[in-house]
Design a protein around this ligand. Structure first.
Ligand code: NDP
Length: 327
C-alpha cells in the first residue's frame, strides 16, 4: 500500500516534494489514521520554504495540525473509526505530520474531534484558533470579565488575532484591534472589534508607563509592541503573550509589573497537556458556529501545497488554507 505526502529532506540540499511513499515508511506509533484534513499554517510554510529552521529531523512530513480517522489503534483510548484531532506536540517539526494521506501517531498527542465540527471546520480553526482560545482562557483565569475593561488584540488580522477578536467579542468583551492594515478595518469590525489602533502607534519604543487603556491583551506580536501593550495595561491587568510577529525580543522595563501589578502570561500551544487542549476545544465548540468558518477558508489539495506555502510566506494569503485530503 502507498500514500502521498509532502516530504522535506536535506540530502545535502533542502527539498520539499510531494511524493508517493510505501506505507512501511510511516513512523512508529500506537495509532494509525487516514488524514481527513490538515492546515497550512505559517510554521508549515516556513518549514516547506526553508525560511526558518522549523524541521529538526529528516526526512519529515510537515503539518502541525490534522484531523484523522483511526484505521488501527493499540491504545485503549481510541478504536478504528474514531475521529481524532492533533495540534502541535512537535508534529511537523520533530515527527511527521498532517500534510499526508496517512499518519502514524502517538495516542498521547490526540484528542477526540469535537462532535460539533467537521474535519474541515476543525482545521479552519487549527492551531490559530486553539492558541487564541488558550490566550483568552488565561485572561479569564486571571479574573478578567467583560465588565472588567477593554481587551486589546495585536496582529488582529492574522490567524491567531482574527480568532481572538471573534472569540472575545462572542464572549461579550469590548475588543480593541491593533492592525497595520487600514483596508482591513471593516473585516475586523465584522469580527466584532469595537475600536481600532494603528500598528505603528505601538510598534516603536515608548515610555515605560503609559496611559492605562486596556485591562487585558492577547499579543501575537512581541518586541516593542508587547512592551507598549504592558505599559498601557490597567492596574492589575493581564497580557497573554503568544506570538512574535514583530520580534522575539522584549526591550522593556519592570515598571508595569512592580507599579501596576500587571501580569505577563506566556502562552504555548505546542506542548500543552491534554486537559488544557480539551478545555480549549470545548470552549471553541461552544462559541463558534461552523457557518462562520466557511468564508475564512480556502480549500486546497496536497498538489497545491508547495506553491501555496510560498504565497503564504509572501503575504499573499488572506484567511486560512485548509488542506482537504479527500480532494
Ligand atoms: P499571521 O502571520 O497570520 O499573523 C500575524 C499578524 O501580525 C499579521 O497578520 C499582522 O497583522 C501582524 N504583523 C505582521 N508583521 C508585523 C510586524 N512586523 N509588526 C507588528 N505586527 C505585525 O500569524 P499567526 O496569527 O498564525 O501567528 C501569530 C504569531 O503567533 C506568530 O508569531 C506565530 O509564530 C505565533 N504562534 C504562537 C503559537 C504558540 O503556541 N504560542 C501558536 C500559533 C502561532 P496586522 O496586519 O493586522 O497588524
Amino acid at each position: 500500500m502507498t500514500h502521498r505526502a509532502i516530504v522535506i529532506d536535506k540530502n545535502p540540499d533542502y527539498t520539499a516534494t510531494l511524493m508517493t511513499l510505501e506505507d512501511d515508511a510511516l513512523p512508529e506509533g500506537d495509532v494509525a489514521v487516514d488524514v481527513l484534513a490538515s492546515t497550512l499554517n505559517y510554521k508549515d510554510a516556513l518549514a516547506i520554504t526553508n525560511r526558518s529552521p522549523v524541521v529538526r529531523a529528516f526526512p519529515l512530513t510537515p503539518g502541525i495540525d490534522l484531523v484523522g480517522k483511526v484505521t488501527t489503534s493499540h491504545s485503549s483510548r481510541f478504536k478504528a473509526g474514531d475521529l481524532v484531532l492533533l495540534n502541535g506536540f512537535g508534529v511537523g517539526e520533530l515527527y511527521s505530520g498532517g500534510l499526508s494521506e496517512k499518519a502514524v501517531l502517538k495516542s498521547e498527542w490526540l484528542i477526540p474531534l469535537p462532535t460539533k465540527f467537521s474535519a474541515i471546520d476543525a482545521m479552519t480553526i487549527g492551531t490559530a484558533g486553539y492558541t487564541a482560545m488558550l490566550s483568552i482562557i488565561a485572561l479569564e483565569q486571571h479574573g478578567i470579565k467583560p465588565e472588567s475593561g477593554k481587551i486589546l488584540v495585536t496582529g488582529a488580522t492574522g490567524g491567531v488575532g482574527s480568532f481572538a477578536v471573534y472569540l472575545l467579542a462572542k464572549l461579550g468583551y469590548h475588543v480593541i484591534a491593533v492592525t497595520g492594515k487600514e483596508s482591513a478595518h471593516d473585516y475586523l469590525y465584522a469580527l466584532g472589534a469595537k475600536e481600532m489602533i494603528a500598528r505603528s502607534e505601538l510598534s516603536e519604543p515608548g515610555k515605560p508607563l503609559q496611559k492605562m487603556r486596556w485591562m487585558g491583551a492577547v499579543d501575537t506580536v512581541g518586541s516593542h509592541t508587547l512592551v507598549n501593550v504592558l505599559a498601557g495595561t490597567e492596574y492589575g491587568g493581564c497580557v497573554a503573550a503568544c506570538g512574535l510577529a514583530q520580534g522575539y525580543d522584549l526591550p522593556g522595563t519592570v515598571m508595569p509589573f512592580i507599579l501596576r501589578n500587571v501580569t505577563l502570561r506566556g502562552i504555548d500551544s505546542v506542548m500543552r497537556p491534554l486537559p488544557d487542549r480539551i478545555e480549549a476545544w470545548d470552549h471553541l465548540a461552544a462559541l463558534i458556529q461552523p457557518d462562520a468558518l466557511e468564508h475564512i477558508r480556502t480549500l486546497i489539495s496536497l498538489d497545491d501545497i508547495i506553491d501555496a506555502a510560498h504565497e503564504l510566506i509572501d503575504g499573499k494569503i488572506t484567511g486560512r488554507l485548509v488542506v482537504d485530503l479527500s480532494r
